[in-house]
Design a protein around this ligand. Structure first.
Ligand SMILES: [Zn+2]
Length: 431
């Protein structure tokens, strides 16, 4: 963010109070007296939010301050407010609001007055525009941090600067389950600055065979909350953001937009395609992993260099590939695959080694073999390429439950099958 000659405290990122007051005074001076208080202003809508506004880049709205202007946009396009703010009223950390290119936290926040002809812009964080994202900045490591991370710091590939990179990074983990557990634990131990957890489920006793984020006393607790407690028990320095909602086409861009890296531990195809598409639109690196029975798959998709749809253009027909709930999975396999995903994330953050980009790693635990296959960007991919039929091009998030044939979402049908299988097992074990 360009703060011009403002004095900013480099350790906290706060603007010095004198600079803040000068800025506010300068803005007040240039403002004409308002007539009745309601000013027509232009609101800039960035691409990720444009599906809300019928693809319009600018929307006219009225209000005396930023809060009223955004409320007016929500009146015209219901749902805009919850897309930007989520469930709360405060501006979330992954959103910056600007009035005439000046970020509002340096003015009067959401109460910043606007006048005729002003431009208000609502900008979610995106990769590639480091200046757009309020990043955590780490100065010198504290003696405690030097001790805690000493086995990282002594490695030439990491060192103090690499450890700072880790501590300045944010990673979103989709699912606090079998894969999300080892991913979250190792990233927490490594000192990742901010970890986001997307999970709307609660801890069930059948999760405890593999989901090491949760323990016996957590049964019945929301998984995201249990995950946060475990992460902070391992490392209190990690900031944990919980997203206790199903990830959907409506919220995926807003959630994913707030992080540098995304790691997929989803347990269904609908979420897998949704997260892939959202990462493509937002240009976020995606570390993908999946597991079933004794098999695992891991790869990395880098922005504009291929995607999950290049590899799997469409989901298998319903019934062809069972879910873990139906067919089972070896608990320890989750540890192997999730730990590989965490390793790839740390390599990307540090900028070291060869990532799994362009390679799909296949793990066969029964044979105890790792294989690799080359994967390439498909020039005719409906998402990241140019399909033969231009009308097939995916240009926005779609209805993924419909795309995956319903049965691959987190459906009641699947839950019912799993429940039936469990009660059948219970019957057998009585014999
Ligand atoms: Zn693709």
């Amino acid at each position: 963010m360009d703060h011009g000659h403002l004095h900013i405290d480099r350790s906290t990122g706060d603007i010095d109070p004198a600079s803040r007051a000068a800025l506010r005074a300068a803005r007040q001076g240039e403002r004409r007296p308002s007539k009745g208080g309601r000013m027509p202003v232009s609101v800039y809508i960035p691409t990720p939010f444009r599906k809300m506004t019928g693809n319009r880049q600018h929307v006219e709205a009225e209000g005396a301050d930023v809060r009223e202007v955004l409320a007016d946009v929500d009146k015209q396009f219901p749902g805009f407010h919850s897309l930007v703010f989520g469930t709360g009223d405060a501006v979330p950390a992954h959103i910056n609001i600007y009035v005439n290119k000046q970020e509002i936290t340096s003015l009067d926040g959401i109460a910043t007055k606007v006048r005729d002809g002003d431009e208000v812009a609502v900008i979610p964080a995106m990769a590639g525009g480091a200046g757009d994202q309020p990043r955590r900045r780490i100065g010198a490591l504290t003696p405690e941090q030097v001790d805690r991370y000493s086995r990282h710091i002594i490695m030439p590939q990491v060192g103090p600067s690499g450890q700072r990179k880790i501590m300045e990074s944010s990673v979103l983990i989709i699912g606090a389950g079998g894969l999300g557990s080892p991913i979250a634990v190792y990233l927490a131990l490594a000192g990742i600055g901010r970890i986001g957890i997307v999970d709307f489920d609660t801890v069930d006793i059948s999760n405890l065979q593999r989901q090491i984020l949760h323990q016996n006393d957590d049964i019945g607790k929301p998984k995201a909350l249990s995950a946060k407690e475990t992460i902070n028990a391992y490392n209190p320095d990690v900031e944990v953001t919980t997203h206790q909602v199903p990830i959907t086409s409506e919220n995926a861009l807003a959630i994913i937009g707030g992080y540098d890296y995304v790691i997929n531990g989803a347990d269904n195809f609908a979420a897998r395609y949704l997260v892939n598409d959202a990462c493509y639109f937002l240009k976020k690196p995606l570390i993908d992993g999946s597991i079933l029975l004794f098999d695992g798959q891991v790869t990395v998709y880098l922005p504009d260099k291929g995607c999950y749809r290049c590899l799997y253009p469409s989901p298998p027909p319903p019934g062809m590939v069972p879910s873990c709930a139906e067919a089972g999975v070896l608990g320890a396999l989750c540890g192997t695959v999730g730990t590989i995903q965490a390793t790839e994330a740390l390599k990307l953050i540090l900028g070291v080694g060869e990532t799994l980009h362009g390679r799909l790693l296949l793990y066969d635990a029964l044979a105890m073999e790792f294989r690799q296959v080359r994967i390439r960007k498909d020039p005719k991919c409906v998402l990241c390429g140019e399909p033969d039929d231009p009308s097939a091009k995916v240009t926005e998030l779609i209805d993924y439950d419909a795309f995956c044939g319903g049965a691959f979402g987190h459906t009641n049908e699947e839950e019912q099958k799993a429940a039936d299988a469990t009660s059948a097992l219970r019957e057998q074990s009585k014999v």
